[in-house]
Design a protein around this ligand. Structure first.
Ligand code: NI
Length: 138
């Protein structure tokens, strides 16, 4: 599909207010421009070749009071121990923990691990930041 395509999005009012404030701070003049950049970022991540090696970090903030969250996160990391280089845990405050997991490995496997970690119940926010090493894994 070529040309310009317009579409509508249903979104929570508070979420769009925060988004608008954030894109203004970053110097965007309109929402469309910011959303185009988000889509491009998303596609770049999606296009990492499955057999490419990537290195990076999975960063999460979670509430350690949520039932079984700590053991779930530990279990995930033990299962994929070959992808994990290091792990930093910070007890932020009474409720929240920050965890930064340094990872290296096949893009498809690192992405799956990140999805599982970020998607774990109790994780409030999470992000995989990674770059390719340019190495193809067989
Ligand atoms: Ni903690």
């Amino acid at each position: 599909m070529g040309g310009l395509y317009r579409f509508g999005i249903s979104i929570d009012g508070r979420l769009i207010e925060r988004f608008d404030a954030a894109i203004e701070r970053q110097g965007y003049t309109n929402r469309s421009e910011a959303i185009r950049d988000l889509i491009r970022d998303f596609l770049v991540r999606e296009e990492w070749e499955a057999n490419e090696e990537i290195v990076g970090t999975i960063t999460i903030v979670y509430d350690h009071h949520v039932r079984e969250i700590s053991s779930r996160l530990t279990e995930l990391q033990h299962t994929e121990a070959d992808l994990i280089l290091s792990n930093l845990h910070v007890h932020l405050d009474h409720d929240n923990c920050l965890e930064v997991i340094a990872v290296r490995g096949r893009a498809s496997k690192v992405q799956s691990l990140a999805d599982a970690v970020i998607g774990a119940r109790g994780v409030k926010h999470g992000k995989l930041a990674a770059t390719t090493t340019g190495k193809k894994l067989t």
